[in-house]
Design a protein. Structure first.
Length: 333
């Protein structure tokens, strides 16, 4: 009599460190734990491990017990490294301790490896991101570039997948990353069911650029500062480079040169950025129709606004408002 042997489930190992961000650990367990086949069979086993097992401090007011050591990494099909409040894991020279480096070195070739938020610093320090496209939290991008110039950093996306080595930009984008992996493994149907059960979007539009607030300066002490203040009060009007230069009592050529020296970009690039910021605030804080937002921010038409917002933050005006105006309304209620 033949006996059927159940295939081994895909093993996901989560490598945690002291100062663990508990939400990131919960995301991995919840999403992969919710994934089931059409017959209702679980598709993944998820285990938590640490280089030194035992009681680990978290970013919250409680600790967690991690009995499994990092030897499980050698058996895993997917390894995920969440962030820690002690990041940036590597030291100033971009190194990690020998025990952590040895644990990562034990991962089998071909194993899928991922990080969430600043967990990317650990993968980069281990050399796992060299020559690859990766991302990290937008607040950490400058430091990441400085420490790991061999990595092709993309600061604008929610997550990256470079031939089985993946990174997520921040805590919540860990959700996007896990759903992406489930979708790759078992198709959109399974991933969508996981998203539905968790009450999250199966796929978010845009990247993390839409979450970066760039303050608009209201006053300047530099030679082109008065022209900028003048322009900010007239963003809804057509403004020419000559008009801006006249506010500084300069020729167009001199104004352009000084503006670039003081601001780092051309006057017209700066003007476009301010109009994008104005449109973002109007989309977040008002119910004005998109064409009125376009007019009030100086883009003239909804088509022009759509093109510039898409280029700046990766989403349409409607999608941007759905994210940020919706959050504001819910929070107020």
């Amino acid at each position: 009599m033949e006996t059927s042997v159940r295939p081994r489930r895909h093993l996901v190992a989560v490598l945690v460190r002291p100062g663990l961000l508990t939400m990131e650990l919960g995301i991995v367990h919840r999403l992969f734990g919710q994934a089931v086949s059409a017959e209702g069979e679980r598709l993944y086993d998820v285990v938590t491990c640490a280089v030194t097992p035992g009681e680990l401090r978290t970013d919250a007011d409680f600790t967690i017990a991690v009995p499994q050591d990092s030897s499980v990494l050698a058996e895993a099909d997917t390894v995920i490294v969440p962030a820690s409040d002690e990041d940036y894991g590597p030291d100033e020279a971009g190194r990690i301790g020998a025990p952590l480096a040895a644990a990562l070195a034990s991962i089998r070739p071909g194993t899928r490896i991922a990080s969430i938020c600043t967990g990317s610093f650990v993968l980069a320090a281990a050399g796992l991101l060299d020559g690859r496209r990766a991302t990290t939290h937008w607040r950490s991008c400058d430091l990441f570039r400085e420490m790991f110039p061999a990595v092709e950093l993309d600061p604008n996306v929610l997550y990256t997948d470079d031939d089985g080595v993946l990174t997520a930009a921040g805590v919540a984008s860990g959700i996007d990353l896990c759903l992406h992996m489930i979708r790759c493994d078992h198709g959109a149907g399974v991933a969508n069911e996981v998203a539905r059960a968790t009450v999250v979007s199966p796929h978010r539009e845009g990247g993390q650029a839409q979450f970066i607030r760039r303050p608009v300066p209201r006053s300047q002490s530099s030679s082109t500062g008065p022209a900028r203040v003048w322009a900010l009060e007239r963003l809804d009007s057509p403004l020419t480079l000559r008009e801006l230069a006249e506010q500084g009592s300069m020729s167009v050529r001199t104004f352009t040169r000084r503006f670039r020296e003081e601001v780092g970009i051309s006057p017209l690039q700066w003007l476009t950025r301010q109009r994008v910021e104005s449109a973002r605030r109007l989309l977040e804080e008002t119910d004005l129709p998109v064409d009125q937002v376009a007019s009030a921010s100086g883009f003239g038409t909804a088509t022009s606004l759509r093109q510039h917002l898409q280029a700046a933050v990766g989403v349409s005006p409607t999608a941007y408002r759905a994210t940020f105006r919706g959050v504001a309304v819910q929070g107020a209620g």
